[in-house]
Design a protein around this ligand. Structure first.
Ligand SMILES: [Zn+2]
Length: 477
């Protein structure tokens, strides 16, 4: 099957060059193509369909917690961006500016939103007057622009898609509760729908969001041992409210500042899915977010009855997202394409199978072949999809556990990060100086202080002072 070989041979092996493998998969699985605008990608239908399912699953979870969707402008006046000092310092180096409206120079330049805290603050200031106006729990699905120097499909692009939730509450405690609630929503979505196990924790002050009191994160481990921050949730306390004068009259008839949160997940999630589950034949997409869950491939489709049998099987699978590949390409090519695109299950049906009243199911994740009576195909596919979803999570979880190491001293840090093998857990005294030292010396960042703490030792491995927290370290995307 020469054409089969050709389709696959153009992917670099992930063991040879993981970076090139990733790019090859993005292109060959038809997820993206490059555009004329440097650092911006075209998300093609196969890629966008995955994003639509991510949106669908996540949006349902958001709404179950009382979130409503809204849409705010994409431009932020410079004066508005500058109101919160830490925030503007964090984002100013990478914003794109609009200086003209038509032919006329603007009296004040606008940036294209890199994130919308300032706009939501401006909006909330007009909306919130009394405790009766609280809480405000809004989300928007949109794109944002950050002028990145180096870009890669899904992982880093100058314009990317995301959702950003922004809420306002009467008290710090309520804001904290919402911050953690949304982190749990992300973890639940990533683990149950994307089959990506995550470490939940808090960012150190050095790594937290510009303007936040506390940033929580869900960190995932990619196949090559690098970390990927998969979603974040921030508690701003009343910092933004003070900068933007967002006050409400409480039940006590006094004025109080609101407490705010924000939380986001981006198209990077698709990059995480590729790098957690993919293999040398291409994508492996978890059934719950696979745009096509089953493809029916007729073999010797010109033989009498084969094509009709394939259509009948597809009809019996109408509870799932199913497609029949009746094009006149060879079965070998179709198999390779199913593997490249990561379609969880393929059904093969040929003249001999038809005679015996059977078909063959093939799992994308394990390549296991299962004979199945045509009359039972619907029930069997349903079982298989559930099983694949569970097995994919279990495999990723095992990889995470097997690639999480402990460092009691600098030597053990060096050993792990000589080549990136995975996460390193180590104790930390809490001083910025030690965090900076580890970053410089081993070219890694603190990923989070996990909620599930362990006591590895009593002292910081860098300075020997008493340890305060256990930290996950990693080389990140
Ligand atoms: Zn220390």
């Amino acid at each position: 099957m020469a054409d089969n070989k050709k389709l696959v041979s153009e992917i670099t092996s992930m063991d040879e060059d993981f970076t090139q493998w990733y790019t090859d998969v993005c292109i060959k699985a038809d997820l993206v193509s490059y555009s004329n605008i440097k650092g911006c990608m075209v998300i093609k239908p196969a890629g966008y369909a995955i994003w639509e399912l991510i949106q669908k699953h996540l949006d349902a979870r958001f709404k179950a917690t009382g979130v409503q969707n809204a849409y705010l402008p994409m431009f932020i006046p410079e004066s508005l961006l500058q109101k919160e000092k830490d925030h503007v310092e964090g984002f100013a180096p990478e914003v794109a500016w609009v200086t003209h409206g038509g032919l006329e120079p603007l009296t004040e330049r606008y940036c294209v939103r890199p994130t919308s805290e300032t706009l939501f603050c401006d909006y909330y200031r007009g909306e919130i007057h009394s405790y009766k106006d609280l809480p405000q729990v809004l989300n928007q699905w949109c794109s944002v622009v950050r002028w990145e120097k180096e870009t890669r499909p899904f992982l880093r692009s100058r314009e990317f898609l995301w959702q950003e939730g922004h809420t306002a509450h009467a008290t710090f405690e309520e804001a904290e509760e919402r911050t953690q609630q949304m982190l749990n929503v992300y973890a639940d979505f990533l683990e149950n729908d994307m089959a990506i196990p995550v470490i939940k924790g808090q960012k150190t002050d050095k790594e937290k969001f510009a303007g936040a009191e506390a940033t929580y994160t869900v960190e995932a481990l990619m196949h090559d041992g690098r970390a990927l921050q998969s979603a974040t949730s921030h508690n701003f306390g009343d910092g933004f409210a003070k900068a933007f004068e967002i006050q409400y009259a409480g039940k006590d008839n006094k004025l109080h500042y609101v407490n705010q949160t924000s939380w986001g997940l981006t198209t990077r999630t698709i990059g995480a899915m590729i790098m957690v589950h993919g293999d040398n034949s291409g994508l492996v997409v978890p059934p719950k977010i696979a745009p096509i869950q089953v493809v029916v491939i007729p073999i010797q489709q010109k033989k009498e009855g084969v094509l009709d049998a394939a259509y009948d099987i597809a009809k019996s699978l109408s509870d799932y997202r199913v497609k029949t590949d009746d094009t006149d390409r060879t079965p070998g090519f179709k198999f390779a394409e199913q593997e490249m695109r990561g379609i969880p299950v393929r059904v093969e049906i040929g003249p001999k199978d038809l005679e015996a009243g059977k078909c063959v199911l093939v799992r994308r994740d394990t390549r296991e072949k299962i004979e199945c009576a045509i009359s039972e195909v619907s029930a069997k596919v349903g079982e298989l999809l559930d099983q694949i979803q569970k097995d994919m999570f279990a495999r990723a979880k095992k990889h995470l556990e097997e690639h999480t190491f402990v460092a009691h001293n600098k030597e053990e840090f060096a050993e792990n990060f000589k080549e990136t093998k995975g996460f390193v857990k180590a104790m930390w005294c809490g001083d910025r100086e030690c965090e900076d030292k580890i970053k410089e010396e081993f070219n890694v960042t603190s990923r989070c202080m996990p909620f599930e703490q362990e006591n590895i030792s009593d002292v910081c491995p860098i300075c020997g002072k008493p340890a305060k927290k256990m930290v996950y370290w990693g080389r990140a995307y």
